[in-house]
Design a binder for this molecule. Structure first.
Ligand SMILES: Nc1nc2c(ncn2[C@@H]2O[C@H](COP(=O)(O)OP(=O)(O)OP(=O)(O)O)[C@@H](O)[C@H]2O)c(=O)[nH]1
Ligand SMILES: [Zn+2]
Length: 210
């Protein structure tokens, strides 16, 4: 698991700045940008920004390991790939604090137990709602799933656009970054890996079942 930010870390520690301090910091940035924080349209902005940050960074308040605590053993021996694909990713880049938007595929090969599928999406959410680089986001999801479920294999693939590359800096819209973390059978067995890739690539039938 990541050394700098352990999966179970809850960085909402005792010296966390108060709501008032966070709002004052937003007023400082508004003044820095050339604005008057006292004008009518901006009076509520610090409160809204802090509320938004609370949502963007919710992931620090949840223990990802605890999310995967409920598992099911009555699977009649199901031991094929379980894949949740096209999970929307909304994260923020830790260098510029601007959005990373994309999608994520999470797969595992169950050993004995399976986890509720919503928990896979929640796991993605917990790590995405932190300041991230895409490589670490990918690795954290895969490592946590691997350590908690101890499956035969785990695969996480993320494709995302980084607004720090499209709306500022190098200004290259339409560029996506693709990262993957393959563990166990997905790493060692080419047949298992290519089965996963064909499952990811076949056209979706989900609208027929929703
Ligand atoms: N590897 C990786 N790099 C990222 C990610 N998100 C942003 N970056 C890059 O992080 C780098 C930060 O580089 P710096 O040179 O310190 O920052 P900067 O001066 O703002 O760089 P520019 O974006 O090139 O203007 C940039 O190259 C970004 O494109 C990510 O998820 N993974
Ligand atoms: Zn960035």
């Amino acid at each position: 698991m990541d050394q700098a930010i352990p999966a179970g870390a809850l960085p909402h520690h005792a010296d966390r700045p108060s709501q008032e301090e966070a709002e004052a910091a937003v007023r400082t940035l508004l003044r820095w940008a050339g604005e008057d924080p006292a004008r009518e349209g901006l009076l509520d902005t610090p409160r809204r920004v802090v509320k938004s940050y609370n949502e963007f960074f919710q992931g620090y308040a949840t223990d990802p390991v605890a999310l995967l605590a409920t598992t099911f053993a009555e699977t009649d021996g199901y031991d094929e790939i379980v894949l949740l694909r096209d999970i929307r990713i909304e994260s923020h880049c830790e260098h510029h604090m601007v959005p990373i938007i994309g999608k994520c595929h999470v797969a595992y090969l169950p050993r004995r137990r399976v986890v509720g599928i919503s928990k896979l999406a929640r796991l993605v959410e917990v790590y995405a709602r932190r300041l991230q680089i895409q490589e670490r986001l990918t690795a954290q999801i895969a490592n946590t799933l691997n350590e908690v479920l101890e499956p035969h294999g785990v695969a996480v693939i993320i494709e995302a656009g980084h607004q720090c590359m499209s709306t500022r800096g190098v200004h290259k819209p339409g560029v996506s970054m693709v990262t993957s973390r393959m563990l166990g059978a997905f790493r060692d067995n080419p047949t298992t890996r290519s089965e996963l890739l064909s499952m990811i690539n076949h056209s979706s039938a989900v609208s027929a079942f929703e």
